[in-house]
Design a protein around this ligand. Structure first.
Ligand SMILES: NC(=O)c1ccc[n+]([C@@H]2O[C@H](COP(=O)([O-])OP(=O)(O)OC[C@H]3O[C@@H](n4cnc5c(N)ncnc54)[C@H](OP(=O)(O)O)[C@@H]3O)[C@@H](O)[C@H]2O)c1
Length: 702
């Protein structure tokens, strides 16, 4: 039907109810009528809400969405849309309301006074409030909030929240100093009520920033609390904050995928170190940009999020990076992570009279992201996981076969020597005692175990093994089962080795969340995973199945997770350490020394995960070769000796019997003071002691 006919039909049916401001002109052509309506509005003759609603509903019923959009869009305000809720509901289904609201947001149309109504409308929070009111038997949402606050909560939980409340926007007027006491108390209430309402999600760092942002823009603690619940329920934030952060890896994957599509050059640049993009994505997703943007701008970001859900996160994230692209492309990798971490400081968004407005919003919604792309990325993510699983199955068989087929010239394929280990730890065995460093995820236990047993050398060999960090290996994918799976893997590892005990077992790396947050923390579920794994490790140790237990690639924050729960602390931390990194990289050597935890070095020859080859700077560099020549040794021996002479046992590997025996000859000679000083001062090859986290990880959210 022609638009004009549709419109006339609507008016005929509703002649009595046609809003007065449309007058008799309503039966004229649609554009003309809309024009008259707009004029009337500009003159201030606004329709009353009931008549607006009636008029809109009739337009929808008799004229259809097209007509409504033609007439309604040009002159209605956001307020009209919000109040004409019947229209909104139906229009929403036609996905036009969304477009219109986006226009309104982009034009700075959401005023502070309207924001609460907009967020409530979009999140349908009143349904959640009503449900709680029924369950708690109270008459209002505020009473329900107060009733939740009266429920008991453990002192440990209260203190955990309290600690973070003091670190949330510490310089924002709402939370700063004496005047901020009320704001902090309200934030504490919002978080406590949330934990009580959602005990399975609990409290998680990151939530404090989101709650504080809501509090700043909504005003009351009760409103902020209900909106936080709406985020958990209606926008799936529950699965972002729950222990093990189950939704986070997918969202981070999608984030990176969108950046790859929108900003291919920057994506390649950021991917060179593999992690900075993921860390940034992690921060944006977990705190809903609260860590990356200033609170004023966040109001708009949250408008867009409540309207579009996750799509807004990817749009804003990619647009933010586009805005910073020129700066980032000029930086080296270290500066990039710092820059992104402090991104708030570097964003110079357009302002008018000192205020962020429509122009800034347009910058932040520069890219569009289709649902189709997100679904495609989701499938890609699932496929990638399946491929990991598949590859583990086939690789496992191949390694086992290699381990026993005698292909290698040494008895233990993929075996690892531990020069200096016994000297540094037990002190009683002769220097250069040999150990085997194996791991469940190296798939070589059966060969190693068989060889040790056949040679009858068990007591002479220090057997070290590893089980994967939670969430990373095929056997540990279920982050909710870190304890059970660690227990199972420990037993499996021992059974595969066919030994009654191992000398040392270590957790190979921190849990999956730390690979992106660069930290073990409870807001990403990392601490919960660390604790669960360590509980299983302690039990294994107490049963006498391991003489010592330890970790690998752990950073200070990972130990922090264990402070209140561990009964036995980690005895060893295996980390990357080699010439070029200095004697105390990132302070980790002194940190561990102070706490009596033995460091053990891997990649001592500067082997990188990419090349799998010893570093040429160490093998053929001027300094190492000249020192080697002076002592009649090899540069590899110089590199190994430099590590073990600091009291740090070194783990290396070789497929050559000749290399293996040379690698053990580290005690018959010594460096001169000058040589030692020159080696200490080497600044290349660069290394990073852990691929799982960083030493300044504790500061990540402070
Ligand atoms: N915990 C962790 O996350 C982690 C990570 C990486 C490695 N690691 C452990 O560290 C150990 C090995 O470390 P890595 O893989 O990084 O290797 P690396 O010890 O830095 O270097 C090994 C390379 O050095 C060469 N090499 C050894 N002795 C040599 C000699 N005398 N002359 C010339 N070349 C020599 C070997 O080649 P040839 O075979 O030709 O001799 C081998 O390719 C393993 O036990 C592994 O488990 C642990």
């Amino acid at each position: 039907m022609h638009l004009k006919q549709q419109f006339q039909g609507a008016v005929q049916v509703t002649a009595d109810e046609t809003p007065a401001f449309l007058g008799t002109e309503a039966t004229d052509s649609v554009p003309e009528t809309c024009h008259i309506a707009k004029d009337a509005k500009e003159r201030g003759s606004e329709p009353s809400q009931p008549s607006l609603r009636r008029y809109s509903v009739h337009l929808l019923e008799h004229g259809g969405a097209e007509l409504l959009r033609t007439c309604f869009c040009p002159w209605a305000t956001l307020r009209d849309v919000l109040y004409a809720d019947a229209v909104c509901k139906r229009w929403h289904r036609l996905s036009r309301e969304e477009q219109w609201m986006e226009m309104s947001i982009l034009n700075g149309g959401v005023t502070a006074s309207l924001r609460r109504a907009l967020w409530r409308h979009l999140s349908a929070v009143q349904n959640i409030e009503q449900r709680y009111q029924r369950e708690l038997g109270v008459a209002s949402a505020t009473e329900a909030f107060e009733a939740l606050l009266k429920k008991p909560l453990s002192q440990a939980k209260i203190s955990e929240i309290e600690r973070d409340v003091h670190r949330t926007y510490p310089s924002h007027e709402r939370f700063e100093g004496q005047e901020g006491a009320k704001g902090r108390a309200e934030l504490q209430q919002v978080l406590q009520a949330t934990v009580t309402a959602e005990p399975n999600v609990g409290y998680c760092q990151g939530m404090n920033f989101v709650a504080a942002t809501l509090l700043i823009h909504l005003g009351s603690a009760s409103d902020a609390f209900w909106m936080l619940l709406a985020l958990l329920e209606s926008y799936h934030y529950r699965f972002v904050f729950a222990p093990g952060v189950p939704l986070l890896p997918l969202r981070v994957f999608q984030f990176a995928g969108i950046v790859q599509r929108c900003l291919p050059r920057l994506w390649r640049h950021l991917r060179e170190d593999g992690h900075s993009l993921e860390i940034f994505a992690h921060q944006c997703v977990l705190t809903l940009f609260s860590y990356s943007l200033e609170p004023g701008l966040l109001a708009f970001v949250y408008d867009a999020f409540f309207l579009q859900g996750w799509k807004a996160v990817f749009r804003i994230g990619a647009s933010l990076l586009a805005f910073l692209e020129d700066q980032l492309l000029q930086m080296d990798l270290e500066d990039i992570s710092h820059h992104l971490h402090q991104c708030k400081k570097h964003l110079r968004l357009p302002r008018r009279n000192g205020q962020l407005g429509a122009a800034a919003f347009r910058v932040l919604l520069r890219f569009d992201v289709g649902l189709g792309s997100l679904e495609e990325l989701e499938s890609g993510f699932q496929l990638q996981r399946l491929e990991v699983l598949l590859s583990q199955v086939s690789v496992s068989g191949e390694h086992d076969a290699q381990a026993v087929d005698g292909k290698h010239s040494i008895p233990f394929p993929r075996e690892w020597l531990i020069p200096g280990w016994a000297r540094s730890t037990a002190g009683s065995s002769p220097a250069g005692a040999v150990g085997k460093d194996t791991a469940l995820d190296y798939h070589n236990q059966e060969g190693v175990g068989r060889a040790i047993n056949e040679a009858g050398m068990r007591e002479k060999i220090f057997v070290e093994t590893k089980i994967p960090g939670c969430g990373m290996d095929s056997t540990m994918l279920n982050v909710f089962k870190c304890y059970e799976n660690t227990k199972r893997d420990l037993e499996l590892d021992l059974a595969k080795l066919n030994l009654s005990y191992v000398d040392l077992v270590i957790v190979h790396f921190p849990p999956i969340s730390s690979m992106v947050t660069r930290s073990c923390n409870s807001w990403s579920g990392g601490c919960q995973m660390v604790r669960a794994q360590w509980k299983a490790m302690e039990e294994f140790y107490k049963q006498g199945k391991a003489r010592a237990i330890g970790v690998s690639n752990y950073c200070p924050s990972c130990y922090d997770c264990l402070n209140s729960t561990a009964t036995v602390l980690p005895m060893v931390n295996q980390v990357q350490l080699h010439l070029g990194m200095g004697t105390d990289p990132a302070g980790i050597v002194s940190w561990h020394k102070k706490r009596g935890i033995q460091l053990q070095a891997y990649s001592v020859l500067g082997n990188t995960a990419v090349s799998h080859k010893a570093s040429p700077e160490i093998l053929t560099g001027n300094l190492t070769t000249s020192i080697a020549k002076a002592h009649g040794k090899s540069s590899v021996q110089v590199a190994l000796k430099w590590v073990v002479s600091q009291g740090i046992p070194a783990v290396t590997k070789s497929a050559s019997a000749e290399h293996l025996s040379a690698d053990l000859d580290l005690w018959s000679w010594d460096f001169t003071d000058e040589e030692k000083q020159a080696l200490d001062a080497m600044s290349s090859p660069k290394g990073s002691y852990s691929f799982g986290c960083t030493s300044d990880d504790a500061k990540i959210l402070v």
